[in-house]
Design a protein. Structure first.
Length: 206
């Protein structure tokens, strides 16, 4: 039996940071603050909204079918363009093909097993949207809630990492835009297992 082990990690930086470090080690200025009212011209990541929304179309391999049935590289390329980088990575007793798309500051990464997607993540993306998520909205979240219900409350997460593995399906999601708070850099981080809310954390909500 094929065994795939994937550890999810949201290495996601808020655009509100004064600078971020590129893969070559150089520093890229991102500004000192971020507002949900920024235009696409002011907020560079908004230019990649189409790629972010295309991620919702990606399908994942089915464990019961040896992880077959996920989106192929050709399908991912139709969504995101040609990958910037490709490499192989051991996972359990198999080897995954890992593809990276570097879109300015935004990074999309996919892991495929026999041309079937088993993991997908995006980092450093930030939606341009109104500040409508309040602490009261956050308090409506509860464990066991479906991902669809969470999306009704909060909208789509800015960044997320999702994978199917021998341990089941898991997703970590981050909301940094659309949050109304008197504090700087508010965020909501949620973990889902088998499509149900499992862990709920937040920072700087007020």
């Amino acid at each position: 039996m094929k065994k795939i082990i994937i550890s999810l990690c949201l290495g996601m930086s808020l655009l509100a940071l004064a600078a971020c470090t590129a893969e070559d080690g150089t520093s890229q200025a991102t500004g000192t603050s971020v507002s949900s009212s920024l235009s696409a011209q002011q907020n560079p990541t908004a230019a990649y909204k189409d790629q972010r929304l295309a991620m919702d179309k990606v399908t994942y391999g089915v464990q019961a079918d040896n992880f077959a049935g996920g989106s192929s590289l050709a399908t991912l390329t139709s969504y995101f363009g040609q990958p910037t980088k490709s490499e192989q990575s051991p996972s359990g007793n198999v080897t995954l093909d890992v593809y990276t798309w570097q879109l300015g500051q935004v990074k999309i990464q996919a892991s495929l097993f026999q041309d079937s997607t088993v993991a997908l993540s995006i980092s450093n993306f930030y939606f341009t949207r109104e500040e409508s998520i309040t602490k009261k909205t956050y308090q409506k979240l509860s464990k066991g809630m479906s991902y669809a219900k969470v999306e009704e409350l909060l909208g789509k997460p800015d960044d997320y990492s999702k994978a199917v593995s021998s341990d089941g399906e898991e997703m970590q999601a981050l909301w940094v835009s659309g949050l109304r708070s008197q504090k700087s850099n508010p965020r909501i981080t949620l973990t889902f297992k088998e499509g149900l809310l499992d862990k709920i954390t937040s920072e700087n909500l007020s």
